[in-house]
Design a protein around this ligand. Structure first.
Ligand code: NDP
Ligand code: GDR
Length: 330
């Protein structure tokens, strides 16, 4: 019998890589998708005929319970969330509902409908927020700096609470930033790699094409999404549920990212990048660097793709994609 997995957020960056990974492991893969006026399943288009999609929503308790009854999965990966930090200041209540309470809704559905299913929660390094300790480990205290970070801290602790209160196999991965050519265009890595590629190809208007960014001094621990989904799966294969930091243990500034991306296309970033106050956040997370020693020791996990290689991969993919697009859509 094939093992069955349910992924919430399957249309997102991580959901698409995880679905591919589980298919390669021989799983029957089910994904929950929201109804929208237009289906936007680009990230999973290439595996669309090998997965089963079901309509549902994190906020709709009954849809979650009914999905679990129909699918009866051995593993549930909760990746769905309002995941963009700046939006969380504009829509703090919605962010709290999706990103925090949504976790409880999935856990409740599991508790009542499929208590034997193993649960993965997509926790985040945004929970660390203000720098209290570096590198950050599973023991570092949280001091979230955005409504998103606060919501993720709730999701993290409710996962631990359901493990301790009801004996659910519920694990939480504290994942540091991870990127890929499938990253949303609003996140800084993709914004930069896509922007550099557009400028290189002459697709930006004006005498000197510009890319407006916010804080260039922020430091992040950036890894490759394809590596990180393996860690999610490994967490659910352990004897006991637990929490793990998943990171590269390297940190880089946004400016370093910009330098590498523009150099890849043979441009001087200083001629193109401007600071736009619209992208400065009300409260910033200045420095993230994770210590993944526990994951290395217990899961046997370590990242394969380094920072420079990741930025090059994303720039190259954006160049290729833009060259293939019909002129009207540029
Ligand atoms: P994306 O923003 O790419 O994907 C988010 C997914 O959530 C989409 O599939 C989206 O569906 C879905 N979704 C949002 N709201 C709902 C809802 N109410 N009901 C059902 N589905 C919903 O995020 P990533 O793939 O980058 O991240 C996956 C998870 O990991 C998120 O929870 C994120 O917060 C967390 N995380 C991400 C990190 C990263 O660096 N990428 C690091 C740490 C944690 P739709 O397509 O319909 O919008
Ligand atoms: P982050 O990712 O907030 O860390 O959350 P993002 O790429 O949005 O920002 C990273 C850093 O870059 C700075 N920055 C800019 N960011 C954006 N988006 N746009 C800009 O123009 C810009 N200029 C500078 C930001 O200030 C910030 O310091 C991501 C998400 O995937 C979360 O869901 C996840 O939980 C965390 O990573 C870990």
């Amino acid at each position: 019998m094939k093992r069955r997995a349910l992924i919430t957020g399957i249309t997102g960056q991580d959901g698409s890589y995880l679905a591919e990974f589980l298919l390669a492991k021989g799983y029957e893969v089910h994904g929950m998708v929201r109804r929208s006026s237009e289906e936007k399943f680009e990230r999973i288009a290439h595996i669309r005929d090998r997965i089963t999609l079901h309509q549902g929503d994190l906020l709709d308790q009954f849809s979650l319970a009914s999905l679990l009854r129909i699918i009866d999965p051995q593993e549930v990966y909760n990746l769905a969330a309002q995941s963009f930090v700046p939006t969380s200041w504009n829509q703090p209540v919605l962010t709290g509902e999706f990103t925090a309470l949504g976790v409880t809704k999935v856990l409740e559905a599991i508790r009542h409908t499929a208590p034997g299913a193993r649960f993965y929660q997509a926790s985040s390094s945004e929970m660390f927020g203000r720098v209290l300790e570096t590198p950050q480990t599973e023991q570092t205290p949280f001091y979230p700096r955005s409504p998103y970070g606060v919501a993720k801290a709730y999701g993290h602790f409710i996962t631990i609470n359901y493990r301790e209160s009801f004996g659910l196999f519920a694990s939480s991965g504290i994942l540091f930033n991870h990127e890929s050519p499938r990253r949303g265009l609003e996140f800084v890595t993709r914004k930069v790699t896509h922007g550099a590629a557009r400028i290189k190809l002459g697709l930006e208007r004006g005498p000197v094409a510009k890319l407006g960014l916010g804080n260039l001094d922020a430091r992040r621990d950036w890894g490759f999404a394809g590596d990180y989904v393996e860690a999610m799966w490994l967490m659910l294969q352990q004897e006991k549920a637990d929490d793990y930091v998943i990171a590269t243990n390297e940190t880089h500034t946004v400016q370093e990212l910009v330098e590498i991306a523009f150099a890849r296309v043979g441009l001087d970033w200083k001629e193109h990048v401007t600071i736009d106050p619209a992208f400065i956040r009300p409260a910033e997370v200045d420095l993230l660097i994770g210590d993944p020693s526990k994951a290395k020791k217990k899961l046997g996990w370590q990242p394969k793709v380094g920072f420079r290689e990741l930025v090059h991969m994303m720039v190259d993919a954006d160049l290729e994609r833009l060259k293939r697009l019909p002129e009207a859509s540029l």
